[in-house]
Design a protein around this ligand. Structure first.
Ligand SMILES: [Fe+2]
Length: 244
């Protein structure tokens, strides 16, 4: 195990956290949700991921009632991005492996799509990345998570630290039910607020996260995620133990 000096703070980039690793959550497909707006910015983000050493990049556009993306049209646009990305020369001399997944809001549209299947899966075989409102719990969340499992998928809950309606007991219940919890790295630099940061550290210190992602929406946000020196040695050790 690497011994990190106790008093120093590290950045994601300097710690090598993403080196040869996977970013399982991002909004890098331009113009389909509240994420990246232009193809140039999509490519700029992929270049930043290359520089940080990312090996596998999951691109996970929102699918929800307010943003009712269809899986087929996302796939068409993703294929364009992937072809353009692979065709150009990378400044880093490396390429990341890009995959299309999705981040499904657990709303009525999701219930319909789940019945119609197949869904876009993310990260590992048959894993479905899901989210909720940050303010209110969805109707019958437990039932929806069980239905996902009954369809043969594994639910992964995006950024649980952002769900301020959740109590410690909710996190423990989800964890003990085998729901995979995904940390947003920007939570650790306070990008969403102090409360979200504290919740992220609480979950991380208890070993309740399954994996982490950048949830990138903007080039500048990604630069902050990579370069802000906010990770203590303790947090960094916990993060490195999740690395795959
Ligand atoms: Fe997201």
């Amino acid at each position: 195990m690497i011994m990190w000096p106790f008093s120093k703070k590290y950045s994601v980039r300097a710690s090598g956290l993403l080196e040869d690793g996977t970013d399982c959550h991002s909004h890098l497909l331009w113009g389909v949700d509240d994420g990246i707006k232009t193809k140039e910015d999509s490519l700029a983000c992929l270049h930043l991921m290359e520089e940080a050493g990312v090996k596998v990049q999951w691109i996970t556009p929102h699918i929800m009632e307010d943003v009712p993306n269809k899986e087929d049209s996302l796939r068409e646009r993703f294929d364009v991005l992937k072809a353009d990305y692979l065709a150009e020369e990378s400044p880093s001399g490396r390429k990341v492996e890009v995959h299309l997944g999705a981040e499904y809001m657990m709303d009525n549209l999701f219930s319909e799509r789940l019945e119609q299947a197949p869904l876009l899966t993310t990260y590992e075989k048959d894993t479905v990345l899901v989210e909720t409102s940050t303010v209110f719990p969805p109707l019958n969340m437990d039932g929806t998570l069980e239905r996902i499992k009954s369809k043969g998928y594994y639910p992964m809950l995006a950024h649980p630290e952002r769900y301020l309606y959740m109590k410690e007991s909710d996190y423990r219940n989800l964890y003990h039910k085998g729901i995979q919890l995904q940390l947003n790295l920007p939570s650790l630099n306070g990008a969403y607020g102090e409360e979200e940061k504290e919740r992220a550290e609480w979950l991380l210190e208890r070993g309740m996260y399954y994996c982490y992602g950048t949830d990138t929406h903007r080039v500048g946000q990604l630069k902050n995620t990579l370069d802000m020196k906010v990770l203590s040695s303790k947090i960094l050790d916990a993060l490195l133990s999740l690395k795959r």
